[in-house]
Every structure is written in structure tokens, then in C-alpha cells.
Write a protein that binds this ligand. Sequence first.
Ligand code: KPL
Length: 310
Amino acid sequence: MSTLIVGPGAIGRLLACRLSAAGQSVRLLGRRPLPRQQSLTDPHGQHQRLLLTVSTDPGEACQSVERVMLTTKSYATQDAFAAVAGHLAPQTPVILWQNGLRVQRPITEAWTGPVLCASTTEGAYLEDDHGVVHAGHGQTVIGHLDGTANPSGTELAEALAAQLRHAGLDARAVADISVRLWHKLAVNAAINPLVARHRVRNGELAQAPYRDEVNTVIDEIRLILAALDIPPPATALDGSYPQQHGHSAWHARVWQVIAHTAANRASMLQDIEAGRPTEHDAILGPLLDAASDANLPCPQLTAYWHFLNA
Ligand code: KPL
């Protein structure tokens, strides 16, 4: 199986190195040249050197490709897909690894072949152009947006999850990828804009004056998700329930992620500090659209949108 990975960021390079180390044929397509030799550092600090096929030319990169993984940032995905789509056989499976929920439905509907969505908590960062560090193991879930209504998508998701497990990543096929993408989006929307705006680490959100703002934004998000019929998380991840911060399962989940990632400088804060675009449209946009459809006021989310869109 020959896989083309479009977007050589941390997740793209982690997938490329892991699949290549497991004996799969992998090509990496980016906008600027990268060295063929890439190093993968695993969570135990062991280094492995891998020789990848890297390219900046979509036509060349797509030759005889049997599956495409798009690992670009959400805002760059439509352009990246447009650059390769014309070079692919019409039934080539496409797997979307984006945060938020902006590109998944449009690409699923536009592409002639099967489209799967993946959501991962694998921790990875780039050392430089030469290597990726797999900082911590996480979980990856994969599925078709239409779930069990698309049986061939389920089969494809199971096959891909098995290959990722063989490559050392904890992955499984799920029937409710849409709910999982909404859940990840909700947690991101409750934490990322706020820490980006106040330039604080995640853990500082538990203190005044931020604590009340977090609870307010969770309330806005949970009402929007309820209007969309997205079920709340069943329990907090480890069953604990930090009552003092709020009352719903959503409060429990968000406060738990804040506690678990207290030392993090969240991704949106890092993007702002580095002067890069943020993924605010993919994360806040779907919530604001749903709020507008359901006539739900969401002043806090709207204020974040204006701040991040400025
Ligand atoms: O995923 C994250 C991010 O940084 O984007 C959170 C959950 C906010 C943890 O930092």
C-alpha cells in the first residue's frame, strides 16, 4: 500500500516515519524541500533514521498512490487537496487528520472516492527539518462521517486502524467519528481562545479571573452542542468530577483536560506567539454557525472569534 502524506508537520511526519519503519511505502509532499533522511525519536528517547520519499511536486508525488492522508492545518487543507486531487485516481481513499470541523464534510461530499476522518491525541513535535519527536503515546480514532451508514468506510477504517497499530500507534475504527470531532472541537474551543487571548498556560485558567470565563464559555458550548443533538461526554476521563468548577459533564471534561494539561502552552497560544495563523475558523466557526441556526446567544465565543480574526 503506497501512502501519500500531504503536510509534513508534526503529525504528518510522525505518520510518515512510523508507517515507513513498519515497512510501508510512504511519500511526503510539502511546499518546501525537506531532507530525505528523517529521524524519529520515540517516547523512550530512542532514535531511528528513515529514508523517505519527499517531494514538492504534486504530480510527481501522486504517481501510483493508493491512499492520501491530509495532515495540513485546517485552513490550508482545501488548497492542499485541490493541488493533489486532479492527479489521483478517482477512487483513491482520502484520510483527513484536521482539527475542528470545517473541511471534513465539504471534502467528503466533493471527493469521488471514500473519505475518512481521523482524530488523534498522539503527542509529537518537530525538532527541525530533519526529525520528529514522538513525545507521548495517545489514541487515534478513525471513521466515516456517516458512520455505519457507510459500510465500506467502516471496512476501510478498520484496515487503516490495523495498519497504524502495526506501526506502533494505538488506533481503532469508530462508528461515531462526527461526535468525537465535535467533542475535541468543544474542548479546544473552551481552552484555546482563552489562553491565546490572555497568554497564559492552561493550568492558570483555574484561577480568578479566568475561572468564571471558562465556565461561561462551557455553558455557551454545551447549549450549542445540545441544540445539535451531540451527546455530552459520558463521564470525565478518569471518573473524577470536579464539582467546584461547574455542574455539567462538559464542565467536568473541560476542567479535567485543563488539569491534565496544566503545564501546556496550548497550540493556539503557540501560533499567536509565533505570528502564525490560528485554527480559530475550524474550531469556533462551526459553533458560531450552529448557534446562529438555533438562535442561541454566545457573546463569549463571538468575542473570541473577533479577537482571533482581527
Ligand atoms: O489540544 C489542545 C491544544 O493545545 O490545542 C489542548 C486540549 C487545549 C491542550 O493544550
